[in-house]
Design a protein around this ligand. Structure first.
Ligand SMILES: O=P(O)(O)OC[C@@H](O)[C@@H](O)c1c[nH]c2ccccc12
Length: 261
């Protein structure tokens, strides 16, 4: 079993337990009390028309790096990312592997007016309703983790709630499977899921294979303006960046430097 399979197996158990505690109708009630989705893909598209689109990630820890930031303050990081010019936020909510929490998403979304992606391992459409109930504006579908039918069900649930879907691929076969979904917001993960090493060439190689009219996002291992400029040469003008920004003392300044050099 590779790490992704292990994480998803743990997630299935977690979701089974949560479903016992919270019915779908209970979630629907919470959703009605939520503010409407903020338009994640539209915000990213506007930003990259102007310059670069940044999805800045609120990430406390990861399986490969352990604790990334000790003085972890989701609301303060959200405000710093917004001040630095990020178009959108991504907030890790997976607890067992990333030390994330739903409360971090709620706090980050309340602290600014950027659209927020719930970064978690979606294995069941129920989680989409849960994400919207928390306020999430977008969810992630990891193609490597799902078969085609579950993927389509999760996407349909998100579109039903007027949320955007970031579809994550990391090889050519996954890009072809992503093309069969309807979302055209496609992230190429530069991180090899087996070795955890990152290589920006992954985005460069897969970008030409994306369906027409896709909004492409380069994900993982991006740490400088030069990295962004390099990926822009292959037509990718939006980026998902976590660790390199989370490690900075002045997150707002680092975000500005990443975007503007
Ligand atoms: O911290 P980085 O190297 O900038 O990467 C951010 C983001 O791409 C990464 O956290 C990520 C991409 N896809 C994921 C899926 C699950 C958990 C995490 C991720």
């Amino acid at each position: 079993m590779n790490k992704l399979e292990e994480i998803c197996a743990t997630k299935r158990e977690e979701v089974a337990a949560r479903k016992q505690e919270r019915s779908l109708s209970d979630l629907e009630t919470a959703i009605r009390a939520q503010t409407p989705p903020r338009g994640f893909q539209a915000a990213l598209a506007r930003a990259q028309d102007d310059r670069f689109g940044l999805i800045a990630e609120i990430k406390k820890a990861s399986p490969s790096k352990g604790l990334i930031r000790a003085d972890f303050e989701p609301a303060a990081h959200a405000r710093a990312y917004a001040a630095g010019g990020a178009a959108c936020l991504s907030v890790l909510t997976d607890a067992p592997y990333f030390q994330g929490h739903e409360d971090y998403l709620i706090a980050a979304r309340e602290a600014c007016d950027l659209p927020v992606l719930r970064k978690d391992f979606m294995v069941d459409p129920w989680q989409v309703a849960e994400a919207r109930a928390l306020g999430a504006d977008a969810i992630l579908i990891i193609v490597a983790a799902l078969d085609d039918s579950v993927m389509a069900e999760i996407e349909a649930a998100a579109l039903d709630h007027s949320m955007d879907v970031l579809i994550e691929v990391h090889d050519a076969a996954e890009m072809d499977r992503a093309a069969r979904l309807s979302s055209r917001l496609i992230g190429v993960n530069n991180r090899d899921l087996k070795t955890f090493t990152t290589d920006l060439a992954t985005t460069e190689q897969l970008a030409p294979r994306a369906p027409a009219e896709s909004l492409l996002v380069g994900e993982s291992g991006i740490s400088s303006h030069a990295d962004c400029a390099r990926l822009a040469d292959s037509g990718v003008r939006s980026f998902l960046v976590g660790e390199s920004l989370m490690r900075q003392a002045d997150v707002a300044a680092a975000t500005r430097t990443l975007l503007h050099g």
